[in-house]
Design a protein around this ligand. Structure first.
Ligand code: ZN
Length: 172
């Protein structure tokens, strides 16, 4: 069992055979695909994963990966922070054939024999667990046009978050 310090790489087949449990923490800043979440880079990522086999003998990775991520609210564009918890249950597959044979209700992870970066797994699972649309339950500062939509469409100065969001969309 690894505790505290997480290994940078995991060996899927070996870990499953040995029933390895990973428990520890890293930070959002260590996950390159989450670099866009600039306000969240110091947030802790809690990892509790068990490598083993399911009832049918398939090698799997199960557990949770959780963190907090701050992103612009799609309504008011002010930051909104989400507690993200990825409930992970992935079946290891080594080939496209194995992936096709996997029952539909199971999620595959394509693995190789040897070292795989743990960060790839963590960021993928966190990204999949993000809300589709980020919204405050109640926006702290409703946009002026929500209070008064009768302004005849006059151009307003752009909110800096809106500009950022737009730039980000263009990059994508
Ligand atoms: Zn909002």
């Amino acid at each position: 069992m690894f505790s505290g310090q997480l290994p940078p790489f995991f060996d899927p087949r070996k870990y499953a055979d040995q029933g390895i449990e990973l428990q520890g923490q890293t930070s959002v800043g260590n996950l390159p695909r989450l670099a866009d979440y600039r306000d969240s880079q110091d947030e802790v990522v809690d990892v509790a994963l068990k490598f083993g086999r399911d009832e049918e003998g398939r090698q799997n990775i199960a557990g949770t990966i959780s963190s907090k991520l701050t992103m612009p609210c799609q309504r008011c564009l002010e930051p909104v922070t989400y507690q993200i918890t990825a409930k992970t249950n992935l079946m290891m597959v080594w080939t496209e054939e194995q992936m096709k044979e996997l029952p539909e209700h199971l999620d595959p992870i394509m693995v190789i024999d040897g070292k795989m970066p743990l960060a790839d797994l963590l960021e993928e699972e966190l990204l999949l667990a993000l809300p589709l649309v980020a919204l405050h339950e109640k926006c702290p500062n409703p946009l002026p046009n929500e209070q008064d939509s009768d302004d005849g469409g006059i151009e307003k100065p752009e909110n800096p978050f809106a500009v950022l969001a737009k730039l980000k969309r263009q990059q994508d």
